[in-house]
Design a protein. Structure first.
Length: 85
């Protein structure tokens, strides 16, 4: 039984969930970042937020590549497995 490879849509959903969680946890645990969010020209918006997004995007794309590689390389001979009768 072959499974479908991970689509770009699922990768985008994973990225969105990761970015939301990262932003939420930054705001929940760092009072200095909560203060910087209110200023549009703060270091948070210029350095930390783009860095978080880039890191989340790299992880989501790496997850997609790993899942697709695993699905592709799992059953190379395409032999049917034995099932109980």
């Amino acid at each position: 039984m072959t499974e479908k490879p991970m689509s770009w849509m699922k990768t985008a959903l994973i990225f969105g969930a990761m970015a939301t969680c990262t932003f939420g946890l930054d705001m929940a645990f760092s009072s200095s970042l909560r203060h910087q969010v209110l200023s549009i020209h703060s270091d948070f918006w210029e350095i930390a937020f783009p860095g978080d997004l880039i890191g989340d995007a790299i992880i989501a794309i790496a997850m997609r590549a790993a899942v697709n590689w695993h699905l592709r390389s799992r059953n190379r001979t395409n032999l049917a497995t034995y099932r109980s009768l």
